[in-house]
Design a binder for this molecule. Structure first.
Ligand SMILES: [Zn+2]
Length: 512
C-alpha cells in the first residue's frame, strides 16, 4: 500500500452531468489546463461514447494535457471502450474507466440482466479495455448497495483480468462514514487479489456526507484514490468536493499521514473558473473557497486572529490562493501584466493572437471600469471563447428604451451562423424585451427555468454576470454572460445558452 493519495477529478464528467452544468469543449479544455496546474493526478475528461461533442472534448483534453493522466468513461461494452480508447489516443498518459451496475435493484430494473450476465460482461469489458490501454479502472455502479458476496466475486474477476483501480461508488449518496469505510475494508480483506489494485472511493452528497464518507473510505477502508469535483459540482446535491478533501488531508496530516501531489495554491482559481463557467454560484459559507471561508467578522475572533492567527485559523488563506486575488489591474496596466495575470489565474491561451484579442477587450473594459478584478478577467476570457466562430449564435449589439410608465422596447442585433439579424420586441422590463427580441427570430421554444444576476466584484460599478438556464426537449443548459450593462449581459447569456442547447442535442446520459 502506497502512502500517496491519488486525486481523481471528475468535474468534467460527473460534475458536468449536473443539469445545466454542461460545458463546451473549449470550456472543458480551459478547466482541464487549470486542473493540470493544480497537479490533479487523474482528470476524467468525459464519456466519449455519449455524444460526438463529448468525444471531441476528451480528444482535445487528451492531446493538450501532459502532466495528469486523462481518463475517459465507458459503459462495459466493446463499442464504448473502443470509442474511449480512440478519444484518448493522443494522451501522454491515459486511463479507461469502465462501469456496470451490480446492485440487485439496478441489475434487475435498469439493466434487466442476471447477476451471472453482469459478472461475465464486467470481465469481458475489462479484458477488452486492458488490450487497449495499460491503466484500467473498474466501477461497480451503485456498489455500496450491492450484495457483498457478489461484489467480491466481480471485483476478484476484474482484477484477474487486469483492472488496476477498483472504484466503489456510493452512487446515490446513501452511505454513512463508518459503514462505508468498513464496507471498503471488508472488500479489501475478502477479495483474494485485492492488493493488486488501487482502491478508490466515489461518494455523492445527498445526505451532506460525501467528503466524510470519502475520508472514512481512505482512513478505515484503506482506499488510496478519491474521486471528487471542484466545488462539489454534480447531479442532485453533488459529488465529493475536491478542495475540502485536499485541505482535510493536508490540514490533518497528523491523522491521515498521506501525501498528495496537489498544489493547493490554485484551489481558489479552480473554484472560480468552474463557478463562472457553469453559472453555479459558490455559497459564501462554503469551506475553503467560499467568500467568508476566511472572514472573521466577530470582534472576539478578529482580536484573536490579530494577536496570533492560529487562535481561530486552522488553514492559511494564502495557501489556497486567496492573497493572489488582491491585485487589481486598470487602464494603465500593460500587456505583460495582463498576460501574467492570465497565467496566475490558470488561463492558458493558444497563441499570441488570442492574447492580443483578449488584451484588446481588457483595454475596452478598462475604459469603462476603473478597476479590473480577477473575476472580470475570467468573465472576459470565457466571453471571448463563447464568441468563437462556428457557434450558431453570436451577440453583436443591443439598444433598449425604458421609462417609468412606458412599456420597454428592445432591439438586438445578433448573428445566426455568421449572418446578422435584428430582432425587436417589447417586454415587462428591458431584459424581458431583449430576450423576447432574440426569441422573435430564433423561436427555440425553450423554457427558461432560471435567471440570475450577480455583481461580479460587489459594487454597482462592477460587471453584471448573468446566468440563464434553459430547458428544451429534456435537456437543461446554462448560459453565462458578463458586461457592465446587465441587459447586454442577459442577451449574451441567453445566446450562449441557445448555443449549448444546439451542441448538446445528441448526448446520452450515464451514471457512475
Ligand atoms: Zn457519480
Amino acid at each position: 500500500m502506497t502512502d500517496k493519495l491519488i486525486i481523481f477529478d471528475t468535474t468534467l464528467r460527473d460534475g458536468e452531468q449536473s443539469p445545466g452544468a454542461s460545458m463546451t469543449k473549449d470550456e472543458k479544455l480551459r478547466i482541464a489546463r487549470l486542473l493540470e496546474r493544480l497537479k490533479v493526478d487523474v482528470i476524467e475528461a468525459g464519456f466519449p461514447a455519449s455524444s460526438n461533442g463529448d468525444f471531441e472534448a476528451v480528444r482535445l483534453v487528451a492531446n493538450a494535457i501532459k502532466d495528469s493522466t486523462v481518463c475517459g468513461l465507458s459503459r462495459a461494452n466493446d463499442r464504448d471502450i473502443s470509442r474511449a480508447a480512440e478519444a484518448l489516443k493522443g494522451a501522454a498518459s491515459s486511463r479507461i474507466h469502465t462501469f456496470i451496475a451490480t446492485s440487485p435493484l439496478h441489475m434487475e430494473k435498469k439493466l434487466r440482466m442476471s447477476p451471472d450476465e453482469v459478472f461475465e460482461q464486467a470481465k469481458l469489458a475489462v479484458r477488452f479495455a486492458r488490450n487497449l490501454v495499460g491503466d484500467v479502472e473498474f466501477s461497480p455502479e451503485d456498489g455500496y448497495r450491492s450484495d457483498m458476496d457478489f461484489l467480491c466475486r466481480v471485483i476478484e474477476a476484474v482484477i484477474a483480468e487486469g483492472a488496476t483501480t477498483i472504484n466503489v461508488p456510493d452512487t446515490v449518496g446513501y452511505a454513512i462514514p463508518e459503514l462505508y469505510g468498513t464496507f471498503i475494508k471488508t472488500l479489501r480483506e475478502r477479495v483474494p487479489n485485492s492488493d493488486k489494485a488501487i482502491w478508490s472511493v466515489h461518494c455523492h452528497n445527498d445526505l451532506g456526507m460525501a467528503v466524510a464518507n470519502s475520508l472514512a473510505g481512505v482512513k478505515i477502508g484503506g482506499a488510496r484514490q478519491v474521486e471528487c469535483t471542484i466545488n462539489g459540482l454534480g447531479e442532485r446535491a453533488g459529488n465529493c468536493s475536491l478542495e475540502e478533501i485536499v485541505m482535510a488531508v493536508k490540514t490533518r496530516r497528523d491523522y491521515f499521514g498521506l501525501d498528495m501531489g496537489i498544489d493547493a495554491q490554485h484551489l481558489l482559481a479552480a473554484s472560480r473558473m468552474v463557478s463562472q463557467t457553469t453559472g453555479f454560484v459558490v455559497q459564501p459559507n462554503k469551506a475553503v473557497v467560499g467568500a467568508n471561508a476566511f472572514a472573521h467578522a466577530s470582534g472576539i475572533h478578529q482580536d484573536g486572529v490579530l494577536k496570533a492567527r492560529d487562535t481561530y485559523e486552522i488553514m492559511r488563506a494564502e495557501d489556497v490562493g486567496w492573497s493572489h486575488n488582491k491585485i487589481v489591474l486598470g487602464k494603465l496596466s500593460g500587456r505583460n501584466a495582463f498576460k501574467q495575470r492570465l497565467v496566475e489565474l490558470g488561463v492558458t491561451m493558444e497563441s499570441e493572437a488570442d492574447i492580443n484579442t483578449a488584451f484588446a477587450r481588457f483595454k475596452e473594459l478598462a475604459d469603462r471600469k476603473s478597476e479590473i478584478f480577477d473575476e472580470d478577467i475570467l468573465a472576459l476570457v470565457s466571453d471571448e471563447e463563447g464568441s468563437n466562430v462556428g457557434e450558431q449564435f453570436g451577440f453583436v449589439s443591443l439598444s433598449q428604451h425604458s421609462e417609468t410608465g412606458e412599456r420597454p422596447q428592445a432591439r438586438v442585433v445578433f448573428t445566426v451562423q455568421g449572418k446578422e439579424v435584428t430582432g425587436e420586441s417589447d417586454g415587462n422590463g428591458p431584459v424581458d424585451a431583449s430576450l423576447k427580441a432574440i426569441e422573435s427570430h430564433v423561436r427555440s421554444g425553450a423554457e427558461m427555468v432560471l435567471y440570475s444576476v450577480n455583481a461580479i466584484s460587489g459594487s454597482t460599478e462592477s460587471q453584471g454576470e448573468v446566468t440563464v438556464r434553459l430547458q428544451n426537449a429534456g435537456r437543461v443548459v446554462n448560459g453565462v454572460g458578463a458586461d457592465p450593462d446587465i441587459v447586454v449581459a442577459s442577451a449574451k447569456a441567453y445566446l450562449s445558452a441557445l448555443n449549448k442547447l444546439q451542441s448538446q442535442a445528441d448526448k446520452v446520459v450515464a451514471q457512475g
